[in-house]
Design a protein around this ligand. Structure first.
Ligand code: ATP
Ligand code: LTN
Length: 333
């Protein structure tokens, strides 16, 4: 690692097959940042237990997220790609930070409110303290910047508050992390219900496009996407949420501005625009899918990478944890 570079940490839950929301909101940006920062990209398996998981499927999905990190172009020599449960410091720091987090703060988290409404039969303590574990993930590595979709902004703000609170009591310990939220893909919306976030745990498969969906399926889902009244392709989140979402998707996939998209499709019909967006997404995902298939087939390689990286991450995490233990008054050898 180059010690002059700033540090990035981000995580993805292996809680389902990843969508283009995850790709455009997170993974695509991870790749752009790897040249200029020291990056830790984590598969946050511990977070997924806040919702019931099938153990065999969870294991496979953790490999899938790692294989997708690699397929999206993350260089395993330049980035620390690892699994959260392989570094016990995350759980250990989480306990400490939980003692510096107020119930009221956690009660205000919108993800907790949403998920407890959706899983009313299983409102467990882990779901409640989820943001504390996320704060531990970030603060352990003295992270400067966290690339996330806008849905995670509130959790990041809480991590900053916890870090500041700890620093105020014990002196400078944690770096206060900044969010990195892409403008056009901060929140990719559902294709059928464009007023809600595209989510991999949605029950309607037409609401999301998966990174691993076949070209045919991608095109079909975009053709079915809900559009708005009127016929002009203009950006207006309030009155044209469906078209605005498609503009954001096209702009992010092509790395152009919304204004350029609007110019390109001036006078086009909704139907033609939907086909163009679907085709652009399918074209962008094709090389990722083919690389993914190679990586996922080589578990021995993935395992060796995970073992090596758990050590690198663990070594750095332990330094921070030791500092914290000393500050709070534990006996440390
Ligand atoms: P779920 O949808 O099952 O609640 P999730 O996809 O929101 O899960 P993660 O897999 O942990 O949760 O998300 C990984 C990253 O992808 C996070 O940075 C998150 O902000 C981002 N992300 C998720 N969905 C979207 C979306 N629709 N638009 C933009 N970014 C997103
Ligand atoms: N909470 C995030 C996943 C996550 C994360 C992190 C993101 C866990 N730990 C640390 C950034 C940094 C989510 O649900 N998308």
């Amino acid at each position: 690692m180059d010690h002059n570079k700033k540090i990035i940490f981000s995580g993805v839950q292996p809680s389902g097959s990843l969508t283009i929301g995850n790709y455009l909101g997170a993974l695509k940006n991870f790749g752009k940042l790897q040249a200029d920062y020291n990056c830790y990209y984590c598969v946050v398996d511990m977070h997924t237990l806040t919702v019931r998981q099938n153990p065999e499927i969870l294991k496979e999905r953790s490999y899938q997220v790692l294989a997708l990190y690699l397929a999206c172009g993350l260089d395993p020599e330049k980035n620390v790609l690892f699994i959260q449960s392989h570094v016990p410091c995350h759980a250990e720091l989480s306990w400490i930070l939980g003692c510096y987090t107020y119930m009221g703060e956690l009660q205000r988290m919108t993800q907790f409110k949403d998920k407890s409404a959706r899983h009313a039969d299983n409102i467990n303590a882990g779901l409640f303290t989820y943001p504390v574990l996320m704060a531990a993930d970030i603060l352990l590595y003295k992270t400067d910047m966290v690339p996330i979709g806008v849905d995670q902004k509130q959790h990041l703000e809480l991590a900053r508050n916890i870090a500041e609170r700890f620093n105020n009591i014990y002196g400078d310990t944690f770096v206060i992390p900044e969010p990195y939220i892409p403008k056009q893909s901060a929140k990719i919306m559902s294709l059928q219900e464009p007023d809600k976030k595209m989510s991999k745990s949605d029950t309607n498969v037409n609401n999301f496009v998966l990174i691993l969906d076949s070209q045919d399926v991608i095109l079909k889902k975009f053709k079915k996407a809900v559009t708005d009244s009127g016929c002009e392709i203009v950006y207006d989140e309030i009155n044209k949420p469906g078209i605005s979402n498609l503009i954001n998707i096209y702009a992010s996939v092509k790395d152009i501005s919304r204004e350029d998209v609007v110019k390109e499709f001036e006078g086009s019909r909704y139907g033609d625009f939907k086909v163009a967006v679907g085709t652009a997404v399918a074209e962008a995902l094709a090389p990722i899918q083919s690389k993914y298939n190679d990586f996922i087939a080589d578990k021995a390689y993935l395992d060796s990478l995970l073992k090596r990286n758990a050590e690198i991450a663990g070594e750095n995490a332990r330094k921070t944890l030791k500092e914290v233990y000393e500050k709070v008054g534990f006996i440390v050898f």
